[in-house]
Design a protein around this ligand. Structure first.
Ligand SMILES: CC(C)(COP(=O)(O)OP(=O)(O)OC[C@H]1O[C@@H](n2cnc3c(N)ncnc32)[C@H](O)[C@@H]1OP(=O)(O)O)[C@@H](O)C(=O)NCCC(=O)NCCS
Length: 152
């Protein structure tokens, strides 16, 4: 993933004039861990030219798994997306930062809150919250059955 390819997209250049860009500048969360940074590419767009929601969901699923992986110590599966909010569109060339924290540790499952912030093309260093989600992962054994989480 190169910044060069995102920097050369016409989409991103024109997108920087969108209305929401004028209200830039939220604070990044201090109670969550940065678990992923990624820049979407033109191949990730929907028919409107914004980034396809399914691509964002896939990244959230990957990012959300990072903290639970430390507790599970083995295989795990996503059992539920409890909530998913697309607050602002994601665009080609945005630098996306995914922050996550555990909200619940059950017997076999862990739920995390994931928040996604975008630095718009040509407005890097200022953050817009674009997405937030709550996702539950289950520790599974070699047979794909739920297994107890023993780490704390
Ligand atoms: C994940 C899976 C192994 C769980 O098996 P299961 O028989 O449904 O498990 P259980 O009913 O015992 O629930 C296991 C845990 O998941 C939690 N859970 C189950 N359904 C849930 C839901 N809809 N929302 C939130 N948590 C849920 C349970 O509360 C339990 O957590 P706990 O032990 O911490 O209390 C099984 O559902 C599965 O294989 N699903 C497919 C996973 C997958 O393919 N994911 C990728 C999708 S693209």
């Amino acid at each position: 993933m190169s910044s060069e390819s995102s920097a050369s997209t016409g989409h991103a250049a024109s997108a920087s004039t969108h209305a929401d860009d004028k209200s830039l500048g939220v604070q990044l969360p201090t109670d969550k861990e940065l678990v992923l940074k990624v820049i979407p590419m033109p191949r990730d767009c929907n028919a409107n030219g914004d980034i396809f929601g399914g691509w964002v969901m896939a990244q959230v699923d990957l990012a959300g798994a990072v903290v639970p992986a430390r507790y599970v110590d083995g295989r795990m599966a996503t059992v539920a997306v409890n909530q998913f909010v697309f607050k602002q569109p994601v665009r080609v060339g945005d630098i996306l930062s995914f922050f996550s924290s555990v909200t619940r540790i059950g017997t076999t499952s862990i739920t995390v809150q994931v928040e996604v912030y975008a630095e718009r093309f040509r407005a890097q260093g200022r953050y817009i919250k674009v997405t937030e989600a709550s996702v539950t992962y289950v520790a599974i054994d070699d047979f794909g059955k739920p297994k107890k989480i023993t780490k704390t």
